[in-house]
Design a protein around this ligand. Structure first.
Ligand code: PDD
Length: 288
């Protein structure tokens, strides 16, 4: 397995990051996960533009070392060098502020950002996309800048662990009586034929898959509204699904052990799922 670290391609076992790296000490960095199909990257520009926005948000200046063009080239090289130009894979990209003597404030002398990319083979859990997943609900304990995709993921990690312990796939996070998003996904409901999802603001990550799904809904003539799903509505929705780079469109058929509608994946969900699968496959072999 070959990874990229600060200008070098090297075996993963030889990649070394300083113990003073602020990603390690403070979670001071941003990341992206990009989907690859047959060597083509799906919505890579959108992911890398979001990474830039995240770096701006954290005031990390990496210049050309982490520009979208540089990262696209590295991602394509990693797919080739790791023999991942066929089938499904993910590319992981992380940029931290870099290594410096520990101080909470930004290092007074500045530091060089750490740029890391890796790739992995990817497969969905068998059957789950057809039969649908179970979720739990938990309080959303995160900070108020969830729009930045930072590596500071502890609340998400704990929420996902609680879901796994409950035999569920995801935890829906609830803030002020409404569902914001999942621990690593966005959440959509269908109510009376209309698609509903939390508005893109500082309380959620504006998922790239979320944006693709909203675009598809527009094309398919499915009405969509960016408005919160209230907890009291959640158990009365007609359909519910999750979206994300490693989740695609995942039907939700069970919330806290109660069935969603008739306990089967909904028709609109399945249409959007098929539409997204087609788009991801179409990325196959197309260099971004
Ligand atoms: N997570 N919300 C959160 C909190 C996420 O972490 C993610 C993605 C999403 C979906 O975003 P997108 O459609 O751009 O992947 C929503 C990635 C996959 C992860 O952390 O591994």
């Amino acid at each position: 397995m070959i990874v990229y670290l600060d200008g070098e391609y090297l075996p993963r076992a030889e990649a070394r990051v300083s113990v003073e790296d602020r990603g390690f000490l403070f979670g001071d960095g941003v990341y992206e996960v990009i989907r690859a199909c047959d060597g083509g990257l799906f919505t890579a520009r959108e992911h890398l533009d979001r990474l830039q926005e995240g770096m701006r948000g954290l005031e990390i200046e990496a210049g050309d070392a982490a520009s979208p063009d540089t990262l696209l080239e590295i991602a394509a090289t990693l797919l080739e060098r790791n023999d991942r130009t066929e089938g499904n894979a993910t590319v992981y990209v992380q940029v931290t502020r870099g290594a410096a003597t520990r101080t909470h404030c930004f290092p007074p002398g500045g530091c060089r950002p750490t740029v890391y990319l890796s790739t992995a083979r990817f497969a969905h859990p068998p059957g789950l996309h057809k039969k649908g997943a179970g979720v739990i609900t938990l309080p959303d304990l995160r900070w108020a800048r969830c729009n930045l995709k930072t590596v500071n993921l502890l609340p998400n990690v704990i929420a996902k662990q609680r879901a796994v312990e409950a035999n569920a796939t995801e935890a829906l996070l609830v803030r002020d009586g409404v569902v914001t998003e999942g621990a690593s996904t966005n959440v959509f409901a269908v109510v009376d034929g209309e698609l509903i999802t939390y508005p893109a603001c500082h309380y959620i990550l504006d998922g790239i898959t979320r944006r693709v799904v909203l675009g598809m809904a527009r094309e398919m003539g499915i009405p969509a509204r960016e408005t919160p799903i209230r907890m009291e509505e959640l158990f009365r929705v007609d359909e519910l699904f999750l979206t994300g780079t490693t989740t695609d469109v995942m039907p939700v058929v069970r919330i806290d052990e109660k069935p969603v509608a008739d306990g089967q994946p909904g028709a609109i969900t399945l249409r959007l799922q098929a539409g997204l699968n087609e788009r991801i496959s179409a990325a196959g072999g197309v260099r971004a």
